[in-house]
Ligand binder design. Structure first.
Ligand code: TXA
Ligand code: MG
Length: 355
């Protein structure tokens, strides 16, 4: 089956086409759609068979639960046991938006959708085409990121077509997404609300609204051996085809080290890929250099991360070296994804280097 691709203008939604897409969902089919974070692969969340199809199309392990997307606050009430007061406050502030919250589910949500868990992750995305599709499809759309399992999340419809074009019914092309990394996940089934995945909405922003919020211990880079609570966070996700290493340290030393590694590879007849910034890219002497954006513009860095990783998959590079991006707000989310893509391979350049 080859996916039908429709183009939707977010400022002027074609209701007839969205209705067609909604019909596919109601019949148990799969429709990929844009959200503000990344593209999602949607199926009816209340239909166990549709969830099964999502796992199959993605090649995703069936213990990795799906996020249920809603377009209306009343729909949250109808699928969870209870909504804690603090979750209501966060929803008020950040929904629709790049925030997913986890609650104890009720019997309406099949275990196939939640990977066998008695909790359910819920999000109201901030994208007109997504909201229109959710409404047209019956109100509850299970949607993981629309990539083949293990590939970088898709930020354009072309990425979706590349990974899933042969396995799903429809792709809604709404252009490039706005954020580029997946939503922040906050678990409300814990005594203290806990972040299971960092994203655009930071720990600080959440704490400002509801007070104490913990970070899942498995997310802290030093705790590499602690298993993250979100099943999906334990996999070596977003893995580019060539091995990736992050090079950390003082900027000039990092550039020098990567140049050295690139020269060494070239001497052995290999080509390396380099993930740089607009400011640093001209200082690299070998390899294929791609800029992820301006170092000061962290939102641009987040937006281009997965795209750059995919570009290197198209090129025959033997390894990839990336600068680190510990930016003020989204740095935690960006580095979480980059570290996973690198399988936690980090080369730390000593500060002082006497040569
Ligand atoms: O931005 C996003 O969240 C995108 C767009 C499409 O909405 N979706 C997305 O879904 O990133 P996915 O399936 O790629 O990632 C969902 C993550 C996984 O790590 C999964 O293990 C975790 O959420 N998750 C889902 N339900 C959970 C639950 N009940 N308990 C713990 N973790 C859960
Ligand atoms: Mg994903």
């Amino acid at each position: 089956m080859k996916a039908k691709i429709i183009t939707i203008d977010s400022r002027n939604i074609n209701r007839k086409e969205i209705k067609q897409a909604g019909e596919i969902l109601k019949k148990g089919g799969l429709v990929a759609f844009p959200t503000e974070t990344v593209y999602g692969l949607g199926g009816n969340a209340l239909d166990a068979r549709a969830s099964g199809k999502i796992y199959q199309a993605k090649g995703r392990p069936s213990d990795n639960p799906l996020i249920v997307h809603i377009a209306d606050m009343d729909h949250l009430e109808s699928i969870v046991q209870e909504i804690p007061e603090k979750a209501k406050i966060l929803a008020e502030k950040y929904w629709p938006g790049p925030l997913t919250m986890i609650f104890t589910k009720n019997e309406k949500v099949p275990l196939e959708t939640t990977g066998g868990l008695d909790s359910v992750a819920v999000r109201m995305p901030n994208h007109p085409a997504a909201l229109a599709l959710i409404e047209a499809g019956g109100g509850y759309v299970a949607a993981p990121s629309a990539n083949r399992s293990g590939r970088p999340s898709p930020t354009t419809a072309a990425h979706v077509a590349e990974d899933l074009g042969e396995n799903i019914d429809m792709i809604i092309d709404g252009g490039m997404v706005g954020i580029g990394i997946e939503s922040t996940i906050v678990d409300f089934t814990e005594e203290v609300p806990t972040i299971l995945r960092p994203g655009y909405i930071t720990q600080e922003m959440i704490a400002e609204c509801i007070g104490q919020v913990n970070m899942d211990k498995g997310l802290i880079p030093e705790n590499e051996h602690v298993r993250p609570k979100a099943p999906g966070m334990k996999y070596r996700h977003y893995a580019p085809k060539a091995p990736l290493a992050i090079v950390e340290g003082e900027e000039n030393r990092v550039i020098h080290t990567i140049n050295h590694l690139a020269a060494k590879a070239q001497a052995e007849g290999r080509q390396v890929g380099i993930i740089a910034t607009d400011e640093s890219m001209d200082q690299y002497r070998g390899g294929i250099v791609k800029s992820i954006g301006k170092r000061e513009e962290e939102e641009t860095i987040a937006l281009h991360l997965y795209e750059v990783l995919r570009q290197f998959d198209q090129l025959a590079v033997s390894s990839i070296y990336s600068e680190a991006f510990h930016t003020p707000k989204m740095g935690q989310a960006i580095m979480n994804r980059l570290l996973k893509a690198a399988g936690h391979t980090v080369i730390t350049v000593p500060e002082q280097n006497e040569e």
